[in-house]
Design a binder for this molecule. Structure first.
Ligand code: HDE
Length: 666
């Protein structure tokens, strides 16, 4: 059923599938749209050709500047429902009414790459949610990593200049594997904790559907009585948090550059609606100074074991956009978009973001009226005395556009706080003006070490691989050395391993921060594991047994497992069973598991690669007794975990649910 936002968007949606006369933008029906107006059929085009000029001018202006960061993104519509009223903490209406479904729009993104870059690069992912509430739009503009690289917004341009392709040659695209990033890392050690996350599997999400989201900053919740609690926001994916393997991610970047968006689009089209639960970590004001970190520091997490995440609601994405430009490209988010009951903390990173997001839209969306673009417009009435400007779509009738006015009864009028008018939290501030970092923000290494302490052996190995790949890509020896020296302050062994792999000196000094503290919630191995919507590549030939294949498909469907039949060329097994995918069009990297039912002997190189890649990426590899001898001609070792001769679908699915068999010896 259409919600308020759907209905609002519908009123400006043009159905291009309907019969319509082709006209100019002035409504003039045209008799011809293939030939420009020329002086003779071999002559020059005439300036008079207004139709050509209009069509070409519009085309010439179709592009708008891409976002300076988060350019590559994909969005969808959905709804948020609340499990329990939160009046004890906040007066925000959408966090108090369990009967209401609040429309949302979410945009996921990579950060560093430009608009056309591959999606499976090693990077942070943006996770921005717009709640269209009855009290105005509330934007939770988060990432899939709970901390940030810097502590003060004034350093954001420096960070982004270091991350983006180097200016002299515009290399590399979409990643931090280059000198300027690692120079920044060593010179600005506050980036150490976040870099531990970005070098881990967290920066390689398998899909948008299997990523966590974090508001990162500390915000405030404010209740009716004006009492404030500190809060951190979390999105927990119902399918659990799952990632790709680095080698796999690199192959997918070539095989399917749209891997993440296609997954989101197709899941929603199929009705496998992605879901996340909203979690809150809530702290009373009295507890502000009770931790071994500053709760305002955005380079620190509040370990979930110390401040539990209270699950308060669920978001479901259930509708793809009708037009990616109109909706996903033109949507704008801002952490400054809040509603009564939510407020800011003094986190200096957040404070700067409150300025940047609206400022950037004035260039990107071409003026100050971007709030009138349908995807950005609130679903509640909005009125003020702002007027005119580029792309003004509203016709403001009446004499007055100033506050206070007598002529129009001082309309639009302000609203008392008791009736829902917003007022900022009455925080008392008594301080000197300074440009400085708080002493309490100066521990850059304890939580970086805590992150390391929280990883499983496999995760730690991937982290070391990540550092070795990225630092190894640097061309300047002193940059490599400084990066390794900074790692040495986190963990001597990690620095040693990386130093050897990138050709730097092993640091002699014992400078590592001493702490055994761990936060098990940080490890993705402790996440939810479900069969729902996992995908299996089922390899068949034209001689496969139709009944066997049909039974398998039924068993998969019963567990909501997706599959694709793949053969070395398109074949028709029966009327209903057509194999359209081949080893030319897909690859095992694009699936969660592999099941080889039949194959022609000897194994052709593409299929051999298909099987060996699945094995190398720790996926479940199943095979029928018929193809068992062929498996022996590959690098797959049959006695390893997650490798199985399949007798029943059940036996295969029991392994598939594990997703990655990290204890497999390759
Ligand atoms: Fe952003 N960020 N950011 N950021 N950010 C933008 O706004 C900025 C930060 C995040 O899908 C820009 O509209 C500053 C943290 C997301 O449209 C820009 C600072 C977090 C998106 C901007 C930060 C984010 C953006 C570029 C440091 C996680 C994409 C285009 C103070 C909590 C939203 C735009 C979308 C986009 C500025 C740091 C998340 C330039 C100054 C921390 C998800 O305004």
């Amino acid at each position: 059923m259409a919600n308020e936002k759907d209905k609002q968007l519908e009123s400006v949606t043009v159905d291009t599938t309907q019969e319509a006369a082709l006209t100019t933008n002035q409504g003039l029906k045209m008799a011809e749209d293939e030939f420009s107006l020329k002086a003779g059929d071999r002559g020059p085009t005439l300036l008079e050709d207004f139709h050509f000029r209009e069509k070409m001018t519009h085309f010439d202006h179709e592009r708008i500047p891409e976002r300076i960061v988060h350019a590559r993104g994909y969005g969808a519509h959905g709804e948020f429902e609340l499990y329990e009223p939160l009046e004890q903490y906040t007066k925000a209406k959408f966090l108090n009414d369990t009967s209401k479904k609040t429309p949302v729009f979410v945009r996921f993104s990579t950060v560093a790459g430009s608009k056309g870059s591959p999606e499976t690069v090693r990077d942070v992912r943006g996770f921005a949610t717009k709640f269209y509430t009855e009290e105005g739009n509330y934007d939770l503009v988060g990432n899939n990593i709970p901390v940030f690289f810097i502590q003060d917004a004034i350093k954001f341009p420096d960070l982004v200049h270091a991350v983006k392709p180097e200016p002299h040659n515009e290399i590399p695209q979409a990643g931090t594997a280059h000198d300027t990033y690692w120079d920044f890392f060593a010179q600005n050690p506050e980036s150490t904790h976040m870099t531990m996350w970005t070098m881990s599997d967290r920066a390689l999400p398998k899909s948008f559907r299997t990523m966590e989201g974090f508001g990162v900053h500390t915000f405030r919740l404010v209740n009716k009585e004006g009492k404030s609690h500190f809060v951190k926001f979390h999105w927990k994916p119902k399918l659990g948090t799952h990632s790709l393997v680095w080698d796999e991610a690199q192959i997918i970047a070539g095989k399917n550059i749209d891997f993440n968006r296609e997954d989101l689009y197709e899941s929603i089209e199929k009705g496998d609606y992605p879901e996340w639960e909203l979690g809150l970590q809530i702290l009373s004001e009295e507890d502000e100074f009770n931790f071994d970190f500053d709760i305002l520091d955005p380079t620190k997490i509040w370990p979930e074991e110390e401040v539990p995440v209270k699950i308060v609601g669920k978001m479901t994405l259930n509708r793809n956009v009708d037009n990616v430009f109109a909706e996903t490209e033109q949507v704008m988010f801002s952490p400054a978009h809040i509603v009564p009951g939510i407020d800011f903390s003094n986190d200096p990173l957040l404070q700067g973001r409150l300025f940047s997001y609206t400022d950037t839209q004035i260039l990107r969306l071409g003026g100050p009226n971007f709030h009138q673009i349908p995807i950005n417009a609130p679903v509640c009435p909005f009125a003020n005395n702002q007027r005119d400007g580029l792309h003004q779509h509203q016709i403001h009738k009446g004499m007055t556009s100033y506050h206070r006015n007598g002529i129009n009864n001082n309309n639009p009028h302000t609203t008392p706080v008791e009736d829902g008018g917003f007022e900022s939290y009455h925080e008392r501030i008594d301080a000197h003006k300074v440009r400085a970092r708080s002493e309490s923000f100066k521990d850059f290494y304890s939580q970086a070490k805590m992150f390391l302490n929280s990883l499983t052996e496999a995760e730690r190995k991937h982290l070391t691989d990540g550092f070795s790949f990225e630092i190894g890509k640097c061309k300047l020896d002193f940059v490599k050395q400084n990066a390794v020296n900074n790692l040495n302050k986190v963990d001597k062994k990690l620095a040693e391993e990386v130093a050897l792999r990138v050709g730097a000196e092993v640091p002699a000094a014992d400078e590592e921060v001493k702490t055994d503290k761990a936060s098990p919630a940080v490890s993705m191995e402790n996440t939810v594991k479900k069969l729902d919507t996992l995908s299996v590549a089922v390899v068949v030939t034209e001689n496969s047994d139709v009944v066997e294949v049909e039974t398998l498909i039924k068993d998969f469907a019963a567990h909501k497992v997706n599959y694709k039949l793949i053969a070395n060329r398109p074949v028709k097994l029966s009327e209903g069973l057509k194999v359209t995918e081949t080893f030319d069009t897909v690859h095992s990297t694009l699936f969660d598991g592999l099941l080889v039912l039949d194959a022609e002997a000897p194994l052709a190189p593409p299929l051999k690669d298909f099987i060996e890649a699945a094995n190398r990426h720790y996926k479940t590899v199943g095979y029928s007794s018929r193809v068992a001898p062929l498996i022996d001609t590959t690098s797959v070792k049959k006695d390893q975990p997650g490798i199985i001769e399949v007798s029943t679908a059940e036996s295969y699915l029991n392994l598939l649910v594990v997703q990655r068999h990290w204890d497999r010896v390759l």
